[in-house]
Design a protein around this ligand. Sequence first.
Ligand SMILES: NC(=O)c1ccc[n+]([C@@H]2O[C@H](COP(=O)([O-])OP(=O)(O)OC[C@H]3O[C@@H](n4cnc5c(N)ncnc54)[C@H](O)[C@@H]3O)[C@@H](O)[C@H]2O)c1
Length: 247
Amino acid sequence: MKWDFAGKTAVITGAAQGIGYEVAKGIVEGGGHAIILDLNEEKAKQAAAQLGHAEAYKIDCGDPKNIREVMAKVLSSYPKVDVEINVAGIISRPAFQDVTDEEWEKVIRINLTGVFTMCSAIYPYFMQHGGGRIVNVSSVAGKIGGGLMGTSAYASSKAGVIGLTKAIAKEGGKYGISCNAVCPSLTRTPMTSALTEEMNKHIISMIPLGRAAEPSEPAQMILFFASDAASFVNGEIGDCDGGIVLD
Ligand SMILES: NC(=O)c1ccc[n+]([C@@H]2O[C@H](COP(=O)([O-])OP(=O)(O)OC[C@H]3O[C@@H](n4cnc5c(N)ncnc54)[C@H](O)[C@@H]3O)[C@@H](O)[C@H]2O)c1
């Protein structure tokens, strides 16, 4: 399904592969321009070349200074940026007793502070330009304390993204800025490719639809939130999880 992005430019983190790539693809297929920001510069460039109407920039979402530098460059290089979609994230799987201070700090820095800094870097620009749409990617782990794949640090970072999304929605609304988040569950991407057959079966047994998602499925919900079709949707946390959370 295509969403209309004609004449729109969207910045997407983590779009070199997986869910983010499908989002960038949907933006381009909808007639828009995709700015792919990813740590993996080579893959990001390949993705941009494959998609056409797309450019790639290297970014480290774990480095706030780098995020602000890259975003300053991006925002001054295009006539207008309309949408920001924050997909980049890392998984964390140690049992709670094995979560080191370093692991905790890294996961929170990339998954939560990275999303904060991306939002913070575009918020004044959106204020000056009459608004804009932000979509963040959380996870069912942020709602149910982890348990499908990610554990405590991951669940905490993704729960933080939900709180941040609602706060930006509340404060940004008066400037025409909307902020929504999508919570995927098990999705077939490079992030989940290392799961054993046994772990896959176990996770799938908890999903009412009885299967994992294809990356295009959460991407569809993200694209809806990013599009004008969701013009009055703000602060919504959408589950794309096959029926796990049911809230
Ligand atoms: N795949 C799932 O089952 C699943 C489930 C729930 C939520 N999610 C969330 O969806 C998002 C995308 O997941 P995916 O499965 O497509 O992951 P993925 O690992 O396949 O892709 C993630 C992308 O983010 C990039 N990235 C990682 N760290 C980065 C950093 N510091 N700076 C910039 N880019 C960085 C990677 O290079 C990669 O291109 C993540 O936030 C993840 O937590 C995924």
